[in-house]
Design a protein around this ligand. Structure first.
Ligand SMILES: [Mn+2]
Length: 383
């Protein structure tokens, strides 16, 4: 008997009735796509043709092609803002947008490898890989949100001055009713970012912090380095440590001075082991309970090194044993369901990255949080 006949379909028994597939997320997502509008996409295509000129005669399908590229396609070319969103030069107009993506290219707070000053550029570059649509969530950011890339905050090579600049920038964006999404930069920016948020928010601000590192030292080598943001943030009058939840902490890079201070402060610390034990859903519940207790807003800080270093080579303090990417994304999505007032992605260091995978996870964190907030009605409305 020939090989083919032995493997021929008639010799098999896959003729049973198929189970009901309608409960699969995949099948639901196929249905959901047709319910998403394409108004903004059509407008973008129209604008591209107007500004970029009608394509050459030999182009057969002229739908999305202009002579000068003005829209999403091709993904490998074009001006590299975050997700190819418009660059807003006049930042006084930021209030017209739902979201302002802003870079904080600062790495003077780094205690080992530098390079996160190139984080915003790296994140922008690989963000061009993505469409604005997420299959499982059934959200197209282009159709739901007005996003601007407002460029970078001018960060001089002085910790106090750069931190002051970052606070002023973040507070400006939020004071206009727009959600700041900050691309770091090293984690020292967590302090000035939270300070900018706390200046604008009336009432308490909670902080959800994903990291391998506790980052609660008062000083490191006499300065407010990236080991120190939460000591200083939680000293702000409306940013108490009781509302700080630190998820994923552990390993051999948690400095003892930070641990002593963390204990004094009384923040909530969860290791990867804790999360494995109680599960992702309970972890999300705990993070939300702690951060939101009596608070009127929650700030989200995602340190890329909270993920196992095998997935994020492009970072300053790589550490094994952290989250799987899908675990980190599940937690980020879980906490975003109740909305966050602003978020930061820190410690992406492109000079150490491989194939932009670290920066890509940074992009993913941002778009997943935004799409989840859209899905749960926590943002949008300016389109
Ligand atoms: Mn860290």
């Amino acid at each position: 008997m020939s090989f083919y006949k032995r493997h021929a379909p008639e010799l098999r028994e896959h003729d049973r009735e198929l189970p009901d597939r309608s409960a699969f997320q995949g099948m639901k997502a196929l249905d959901a796509e047709s319910t998403i509008p394409d108004t903004q996409w059509r407008e973008e295509v129209r604008r591209g043709k107007e500004f970029g000129l009608e394509p050459a005669d030999s182009i057969v399908d002229k739908t999305e092609i202009s002579v000068f590229q003005r829209g999403e396609l091709p993904h490998w070319s074009g001006i590299n803002t975050f997700l190819k969103s418009p660059y807003l030069e006049d930042v006084r107009q930021v209030g017209e947008y739902d979201v302002a993506v802003v870079g904080a290219p600062f790495d003077i707070g780094t205690t080992y490898r530098s390079g996160t000053r190139f984080g915003p550029q790296g994140i922008r570059r690989i963000s061009s890989l993505y469409t604005t649509y997420n299959f499982e969530l059934g959200v197209d950011l282009r159709e739901s949100l007005k996003i601007a890339d407002v460029g970078d905050i001018f960060c001089p090579s002085n910790i106090t001055k750069a931190h002051d600049q970052i606070t002023k920038g973040v507070a400006h964006i939020l004071s206009q009713g727009t959600m700041p999404v900050i691309m770091g930069g090293d984690h020292s920016i967590g302090y000035p970012c939270a300070r900018g948020v706390a200046e604008v928010v009336e009432g308490k601000v909670g902080i959800i912090h994903l990291d391998r590192h506790i980052d609660t030292q008062e000083r490191d080598m006499d300065e407010i380095m990236h080991t120190c943001p939460w000591f200083h943030a939680t000293n702000l009058p409306n940013c108490p440590p009781a509302n700080l939840v630190q998820v994923g902490i552990g390993g051999w890079q948690v400095p003892r001075p930070g641990v002593k201070q963390g204990k004094r402060m009384g923040s909530t610390v969860m290791t990867i082991g804790d999360i494995e034990k109680i599960g992702i859903e309970k972890t999300i519940e705990m993070a939300l309970e702690v951060a939101w207790k009596g608070a009127s807003a929650v700030y989200l800080s995602f340190d890329i090194d909270s993920v196992d270093c095998g997935f994020v080579p492009g970072t300053g303090w790589p550490e094994p044993g952290g989250f799987l990417p899908r675990e980190a994304l599940a937690i980020l999505q879980g906490v975003a369901k109740e909305g966050v007032v602003a978020m930061e992605v820190v410690e992406v260091a492109p000079p150490y990255d491989i194939s932009d995978i670290t920066a890509l996870l940074g992009v993913r964190a941002i778009v997943d949080v935004l799409a989840t907030m859209v899905k749960h009605g926590r943002i949008g409305g300016r389109l």
